[in-house]
Write a protein that binds this ligand. Structure first.
Ligand code: GCV
Length: 847
C-alpha cells in the first residue's frame, strides 16, 4: 500500500513536466490547448467577427484564432453566436441598447449580450488598442480558468502615458542591462532581425503599455540624423500592430552634433527651426511617433545650463516642434550636481530635483511631461516618495520606475518590486486633501490631460528577456499598475504566477508568497532603515561597498562614522529637504519621534544607541535584520524546492540556481555590513553573532600549497579582510584537518568568481575528489570583492575527526582561483549558496 501510494505521488508530480519552457513567451505562455479546452468546456462561440479593420485589430484576431483553432474569422455578423470585436461607435451602431458606459481611448468593455436570439461576447474598445487590450484580458481570464459566460466589465487605464524605456546603445550594449545584448541595435544600426522587438511589443501590449523609447537616455545624437531615420521606421513598423508607439531619447546638443549648427541654445531661432524640421521629418515617415525623452544637465549630459537657459526654455522649443503632430516630450527631473562637496553638511542631492523644477512650475508647454523618479535619489530599494510630485500643480507629471534591477540585485536576486512601487504610488502627498502620488500621476489631482508612467525595463536577447525567470513579474506588474494602480500586490503576484506557471494552487501560493516577501528580504540584508542600498556607488551598484558612497560628490551619503549614521535632512538643523513636503508630511518626518523606522536614516542622523519605535537600538537592528535577511534568502530556496515536479524542469532549475546563488550572496552582504558596523561602532551584538563564525575556517589559516594570502578591498567583502590566491598555473591547495565530532556535514566554499577568467575548483576529503566546479559566472568585476564573492555548497558529507578537507584551485585566464574560506556546518542546517544542479546522493568518505 505504501509502495503504491508513493508511485501515484511520483506519477502525479511528473505529469506537468512535459513541455520544454524557455520563458520566451513570458506570461503569454498559456498554451493554445489550455485556452481551447476551456473554450470548449464553456461552450464559447466558434466565430469571431470584427467591425472594423487595421493592423491592431488583426493582431487581436490573430491572438484569438491562434489560441483557439476552432475559432473561425467571419466577416459578417450573421445571426449565430459570435465573439465580436468593435470600437465603441461601431458597437453602439450595431447594438443600440448599449448606451451608457462605452469606453473611450485605450479603455475596453467586455460584455455579453443577447441580441435577436443569439449570444454575443463583445470586446469593445475605445480605439483599436482598446480592442487589443480587451482581447488579451479576455484570454488571460480563460487561461486563469475564470468564468466568462456572463461579462460586464469596463476597464479604463489610469493614465494616457504608459511607456517602457530601454537604455540600449547603438552598439548593441545596454546601460544597466542584465540579460544580454540589445533586441534593437547592433554595430551602430538597427538589427536586421527584429523578431524579438516584435515579440517584446506583443508582451508590452498585453499589459497595456502603449509607447516605448528604445535607446539610452544618455542618448547618442546619431539617432536624429536623417540617415538613421529609415532604421527607426523599421522598428516603428514592428511595434505598430501591437499599438506600441515608438519614442526616442534625444540629446539636447543634437543640433550641433548632427545638425551642423554652431549652437544648441534653445532660444536661438535656428535651433528652433532645426527641431521643427527634424520632428517634421520623423512624422512624415512615422505618423504615430510618440515623442522624445530628454535627460539634460545630469551626470555629464549637455543641457540648457550651458547657455544659462532654464529647463523650460530647453524643453519648450522641442515640445513646440512635436505639438502639431501630437507628440509628447518627457523631460526627466533627474537633474543634479554630481560634484557636491561632501564635507558641506547642508549639501543634499535629494533636494536637487525640487530646487530646480519647482520654480519652473507652469512654464512648460502642455505637451511636456515632467518624468520624476519615484524617490529623490536614484532607484534605491528604500526611499521616500519624491517631494516633487506634490510641487508641480501646473505641470504634467509622470512617475519613473525601474524594472531593471540596477540597485536591487540585477536580476540575480529575486526582488518583486510591486510592493515598493505601491508604497510610492499610495503615498499621500497631502497637497490638496488626500492626494496620493497615483492620483497625481494619473492627472486627476490637478486635472491634467497628459500624465502617466514610464519604466526603465532593459530586456535583452536572453531567451527569457530579463535573466531571472521570476524577474518578468516586475515587467508584468509594472504594466498592470500603470493600467490600474489600485490593484494589490497580491493580485498581481497571483495573476502573473498563474499565467506564467499555470494554475496549480501549490505553485501559485508558494510563488506568490516568495514574490511578496522578496523585497523586504532584500532590504533586510542590503542596508538598514532608509540608509539606502549600501552598495558600491561608484562601481556596478551590485555587491556591498559601504564606504564607496562617502568622500565623493555623488551625494548618496549615509554619513556613518564611529558614533552614528544617517543624513540629517531636517528643516531645523539639517539640509532642509523635509521642508520640500507639505506641512502634513513634514510633520511625519521632521520630529525624530514621529519618523517611521524604515526611513529614519534617510531623514535623521542618530547615534547607534538610538532606540527605534520597535524598541531596539539602531545597531542591534542592523545586526538582527542582516542575519534575518540572509536566513530569509535561504528560506526562499527551501520554498522553491517544494515546487519540484510541479512545473517544468527548465524554469524550475534555472530559478533554483539563481535562488541558491542569491542565498550565498546574501551571506556576503550580511557579513560585510555586520562586520563593518561592528568594527566602526565598537558595539557588541547582543546575540553574540557579529565577528564570531565558529564553523568558518579562513583560507589564509589553512595549510596552503601554492596559495598565498592577499588583502581584499574593501576589507569587509572578504571574511577577515583576506583571501588566498594561486600564483602561477596551479594547481594550488588549501587543506584543514577536521577536528569535530563524527557526523554528516554540509561544506560551503566561499570563493571569488572574477569576470576575466574561469578557474576550476575541487573539493576533496582525504584526497578523494568529492565534487569539482568552474567559476564561470559573469559577475560585474574582475577583482576580489563583494560583487564577485560566491558560495558553493556541497551537502551531506560524512566526516570524522582527522579527515582532511582540501580545496584545490586551478587558475584560468586572469582569475587566480581565489578562495576566501570554508564553512562546515551540520547537515540539514540551512544550506546557502549554489548546490550542484542535479540531485546527488550523500557521499560517504572512506573511514
Ligand atoms: C542612464 C543612474 C544610473 C545611470 C543612468 C542614470 C539615469 O545614475 O546608474 O546608469 O543613466 O541613473 O537615470 O539617467
Amino acid at each position: 500500500m505504501r509502495y503504491f501510494a508513493s508511485l501515484v505521488l511520483v506519477f502525479l508530480s511528473f505529469v506537468p513536466c512535459v513541455y520544454a519552457e524557455t520563458g520566451r513567451e513570458g506570461w503569454l505562455r498559456y498554451s493554445a490547448r489550455q485556452i481551447s479546452t476551456k473554450w470548449k468546456e464553456d461552450s464559447l462561440p466558434n466565430r469571431v467577427v470584427a467591425l472594423g479593420a487595421g493592423d491592431v485589430i488583426e493582431s487581436a484576431i490573430h491572438e484569438l484564432t491562434s489560441d483557439v483553432p476552432e475559432l473561425q474569422f467571419s466577416s459578417k455578423i450573421g445571426n449565430s453566436s459570435a465573439l465580436l470585436l468593435a470600437r465603441s461607435e461601431d458597437a453602439q451602431r450595431m447594438f443600440p441598447e448599449l448606451r451608457a458606459g462605452l469606453p473611450s481611448g485605450d479603455g475596453f468593455w467586455l460584455k455579453t449580450i443577447e441580441h435577436h436570439g443569439s449570444k454575443y461576447w463583445l470586446i469593445i474598445g475605445g480605439n483599436d488598442r482598446g480592442i487589443l487590450y480587451g482581447t488579451f484580458t479576455f484570454l488571460a481570464r480563460i487561461a486563469e480558468r475564470r468564468d466568462v459566460s456572463d461579462l460586464d466589465d469596463v476597464e479604463n487605464p489610469s493614465a494616457p502615458i504608459r511607456w517602457a524605456s530601454q537604455w540600449d546603445n547603438l552598439d548593441g550594449s545596454i546601460e544597466r542591462g542584465y540579460a544580454g545584448r540589445s533586441i534593437f541595435f547592433e554595430n551602430g544600426i538597427v538589427r536586421e532581425d527584429l523578431t524579438r522587438a516584435s515579440e517584446y511589443a506583443r508582451l508590452l501590449a498585453s499589459i497595456g503599455i502603449n509607447g516605448c523609447a528604445i535607446n539610452n537616455v544618455n542618448a547618442d545624437p546619431r539617432v536624429l540624423s536623417s540617415e538613421f531615420l529609415p532604421q527607426l521606421v523599421r522598428v516603428a513598423d514592428v511595434f505598430r500592430p501591437w499599438g506600441v508607439k515608438l519614442a526616442l531619447s534625444v540629446d539636447l546638443s543634437s543640433p550641433v552634433a548632427v545638425g551642423g549648427l554652431k549652437t544648441f541654445d534653445p532660444l536661438d531661432p535656428e535651433v528652433a527651426q532645426w527641431w521643427k524640421k527634424t520632428a517634421d521629418h520623423i512624422y512624415a515617415r512615422i505618423p504615430d511617433f510618440a515623442g522624445f525623452v530628454v535627460k539634460a544637465d545630469s551626470e555629464g549630459r549637455s543641457g540648457p545650463s550651458q547657455y544659462h537657459r532654464t529647463a523650460a526654455d530647453a524643453v519648450n522649443v522641442i515640445a513646440r516642434a512635436l505639438k502639431p503632430h501630437g507628440g509628447v516630450l518627457m523631460y526627466r527631473a533627474f537633474v543634479y550636481n554630481h560634484h557636491l562637496d561632501w564635507r558641506d553638511m547642508k549639501a543634499d542631492r535629494a533636494r536637487a530635483a525640487y530646487d530646480y523644477f519647482h520654480p519652473l512650475d507652469g512654464q512648460f508647454e502642455d505637451n511636456v511631461v515632467l518624468q520624476i523618479k519615484y524617490g529623490p535619489i536614484d532607484f534605491q530599494a528604500v526611499e521616500p516618495a519624491s517631494p516633487l510630485f506634490g510641487a508641480m500643480q501646473h505641470t504634467n507629471e509622470a512617475i519613473e520606475l525601474q524594472v531593471t534591477q540596477e540597485y536591487t540585485g540585477q536580476q540575480r536576486h529575486l526582488v518583486f518590486l510591486i510592493p515598493m512601487w505601491k508604497e510610492m504610488l499610495d503615498f499621500d502627498m497631502h497637497v490638496q486633501g488626500v492626494t496620493p502620488v497615483k492620483e497625481i500621476v494619473s492627472g486627476k489631482v490637478w486635472h491634467r490631460s497628459l500624465a502617466g508612467f514610464n519604466a526603465v525595463v532593459n530586456v535583452g536577447l536572453d531567451e527569457n528577456w530579463l535573466g531571472h525567470p521570476l524577474a518578468m513579474a516586475n515587467l508584468y506588474g509594472y504594466g498592470r499598475l500603470a493600467w490600474n494602480p489600485d490593484l494589490t500586490s497580491e493580485q498581481i503576484a497571483s495573476e502573473w504566477t498563474q499565467l506564467t506557471f499555470g494554475n496549480d494552487p501549490r505553485v501559485v501560493a508558494t510563488t506568490s508568497t516568495m514574490l511578496l516577501h522578496s523585497w523586504s528580504i532584500y532590504v533586510n540584508y542590503t542596508g538598514p532603515l532608509g540608509a539606502q542600498t549600501l552598495t558600491d556607488i561608484t562601481g556596478p551598484h551590485y555587491g556591498p561597498g559601504i564606504e564607496s558612497s562617502e568622500n565623493n560628490g555623488w551625494g548618496q551619503w549615509h554619513r556613518a562614522d564611529q558614533q552614528g549614521i544617517g543624513m540629517d535632512r531636517t528643516m531645523a538643523i539639517g539640509t532642509g529637504y523635509i521642508g520640500q513636503y507639505s506641512p502634513a508630511v513634514q510633520q511625519l518626518y521632521e520630529p525624530l519621534t514621529n519618523c517611521p523606522d524604515n526611513l529614519l536614516l534617510f531623514m535623521h542622523h542618530v547615534p547607534y544607541t538610538y532606540k527605534l519605535h520597535q524598541n531596539k537600538t539602531v545597531i542591534q537592528y542592523i545586526y538582527d535584520s542582516h542575519y534575518e535577511g540572509a536566513a530569509q534568502a535561504a528560506w526562499l530556496v527551501a520554498q522553491w524546492k517544494m515546487l519540484k515536479g510541479l512545473l517544468d524542469d527548465e524554469r524550475y532549475y534555472e530559478t533554483l540556481r539563481r535562488l541558491e546563488y542569491q542565498a550565498g550572496h546574501a551571506v556576503v552582504w550580511r557579513d560585510a555590513i555586520v562586520n563593518w558596523f561592528h568594527r566602526e561602532s565598537g558595539i557588541e551584538d547582543e546575540l553574540g553573532r557579529a565577528g564570531h563564525d565558529s564553523n568558518r575556517i579562513e583560507a589564509e589559516t589553512m595549510q596552503l600549497s601554492g596559495y598565498t594570502p592577499v588583502d581584499v578591498t574593501p576589507w569587509e567583502t572578504a571574511s577577515g579582510g583576506k583571501a588566498v590566491q594561486c600564483v602561477g598555473q596551479g594547481p594550488c591547495s588549501a587543506s584543514v584537518k577536521f577536528d569535530r565530532m563524527t557526523g554528516r556535514y554540509d561544506i560551503a566554499v566561499q570563493y571569488f568568481d572574477l569576470n576575466d577568467g574561469v578557474s576550476h575548483y575541487e573539493l576533496l576529503v582525504n584526497d578523494r575528489g568529492i565534487v569539482s566546479w568552474a567559476a564561470d559566472d559573469h559577475l560585474p568585476s574582475d577583482k576580489m570583492n563583494g560583487h564577485t564573492s560566491t558560495r558553493f555548497t556541497f551537502a551531506n558529507i560524512d566526516l570524522k575527526p582527522g579527515d582532511v578537507v582540501k580545496i584545490e584551485g586551478v587558475p584560468g585566464g586572469g582569475e587566480p582561483a581565489p578562495l576566501d574560506y570554508v564553512e562546515i556546518t551540520p547537515a540539514g542546517s540551512i544550506t546557502l549558496g549554489i548546490t550542484p544542479a542535479i540531485d546527488v546522493p550523500p557521499v560517504s568518505t572512506p573511514h
